[in-house]
Design a protein around this ligand. Sequence first.
Ligand code: PLP
Length: 404
Amino acid sequence: MSQNLLHTQLVELANRFGTPLYVYHAEKIKEQFESLQDAFTGTKARFFYACKALTNINVLKYVQSLGANIDCVSINEVKLALKAGFTPDRILFTPNCVDFSEIEAGKDLGVNLNIDNISILEQFGAKYGGSYPICIRFNPHIMGGGNYKISTGHIDSKFGISIHQMRHIERVVKTTGLNVRGVHMHTGSDIKDINVFISGLEIMFEVATHFPDIEFIDLGSGFKVPYHEDDVRTDVKALGAKVKHAFDAYAKETGKELEVWFEPGKFLVSEAGYFIVKANVIKQTTATVFVGVNSGFNHLIRPMFYEAYHRIENISNPFGNPRIYTVVGHICETDTFAWDRTLAEVREGDLLVFYNAGAYGFEMSSNFNSRLKPAEVLLKDGEAHLIRRRDEFEDLLRNQIEVL
Ligand SMILES: *Cc1c(COP(=O)(O)O)cnc(C)c1O
C-alpha cells in the first residue's frame, strides 16, 4: 500500500472509531508468516507464535487459520489459544517462575511443556516419570538482543536452566525417568545477527546429545523487525539456509532428523500494527515544542520501558512543513514517546500514527491515571472490524467492591 493511501485509510479509521486506536493489518501478519515458511523450506521447521505480543482473540484465530502453532507463557494464554482453535499439540507452554500447579494444569490440557527450572523438573519427574514428554529450556549463556532489558541469555538471566547444570539435570532425568523430547533456548529480542542463533544451535546440538529421545530443538525467537528508518530486519532467509545446512549435517552424522522450532512474536505482528493518537495541544516552552497527545505510557509503554524507537507520522497534515517536536503523552509521569522528532507541522487536533505498534503495544496497556484503554480494529480483506470496544467509565469500577 502506498504511504498516501495508508495515511488516508488510517485517518478514515480514526474518524470512524475515534482515537486513541490500535489497528492491525491481517494480511501483513500472513506475509510475515509466509516469509518464515519460505525461509525454512527443506527443513522440518515449526513456528509457534509467541502470543504475549498480542492476544486479541481474533488475532489468535487468524494466526491459527494460517496454520501456525502458538507459544504461551501463562495458563490463561493456553486457554485463549484453545479457545482460538489451536489443538493442544500445536500449543507450547513456556512459563517462567510459575507454581507447579500451573505446569500441571498445562499437562492436564495436553499441551507441550517447556520446563525451565530444576526444582520443577524434579517435581514433575517424581510425579509423572516418563509418562508425559517434556522440553527443557536451557540458558546457553550467549548475549543476544537489542539491549540488556530484552536479553535473556546472559549469566544473570532468570530464564532457562544453565547449560553448566547439565550434570544435575542428567541426574534428575536418570532417577525419575523423565522423557525429554526437546531442548529449548531463547536468548532475547531484537537479534539482528543470525550468528547468535547459529552459535546457540551449536550449543544446543551438544546439549541434545545428552537426551536419547530428542525430537526437536527450539531456538526461540527474537527476530528483529525494522523500527527505525534505517534499521535492518533479521535475515531469516540467510538463517534458514544456515539452519538447513546445520540440521542436514547433524542428520548425516547421527542418523537423526530433528525438527527445529521457532517462537516469533514481534516478527509476526509488530509491523502489522498502527497506533493512532490525536494531538491535544502544542506546547511551546523555552526549550522545545511539545506535542501533547491523547495517550501515554498507559497505552504504549515501549518507548519508556525499553527506550524503544517508534516511527511517528502526522497523517492528517502529511505535507506540512517539517518541524522538530518532542512527543509526549497526557499522563502525570514523564511519558515521552519521542525527543526531537521531525514531523510534518503538527496542529492541535492533528492525527499522529505510531508504526510497529502490533507487538507489546495494546498488550502492555493499563488504566493508569484512570484512563480508558483504546479500541482495537482488525483490517482484513479490505474491511475494518472492531475487535475490542473502547473502555467506558464503568470499566474502571468493574471488579471494585464499594464497601463505604
Ligand atoms: C517473548 C518470547 C518470545 C518472542 O520474542 P519476540 O522478540 O517477540 O519474537 C519467544 N519465546 C519466548 C519463550 C518468549 O518469552
